[in-house]
Write a protein of this length. Structure first.
Length: 114
């Protein structure tokens, strides 16, 4: 099953590598920022989150589902996606990890709690 939606992948094109690491990150992180296909990794994780539907998913669930992917290629993406306002956290946890949901479910979850 392919998890990269080309429309979503286009959202992440042309990201400058220097924006993918912090100033105080180790040299290995800086090097990775210049070699990683970040748009593909973000699109992959965003698709997993979207496929999880209203119940959401966690980084632990995603890394268990795809053990062939490095943990950091999955666990680093939600923070980036949240900054892009593509995902959100309601505040609930599952198995000790925060549950991540696609932004399109935000209003339906807000309506459930009201």
């Amino acid at each position: 099953m392919k998890h990269t939606n080309m429309k979503q992948q286009n959202l992440f094109e042309n990201i400058e590598p220097h924006k993918l690491h912090r100033e105080n990150d180790p040299q290995t992180s800086r090097e990775a920022a210049y070699t990683m296909n970040i748009s593909k990794a973000r699109a992959f994780v965003l698709n997993l989150i979207e496929e999880a539907g209203n119940k959401g998913t966690t980084t632990r669930e995603m890394t268990r589902k795809f053990p062939e992917k490095s943990d950091s290629s999955i666990t680093s993406r939600p923070n980036e996606l949240e900054k892009l306002n593509l995902i959100f956290y309601k505040g609930d946890k599952r198995d000790g990890s925060r549950v991540i949901r696609h932004i399109k479910y935000k209003e339906s979850i807000s309506n459930e709690t009201n």
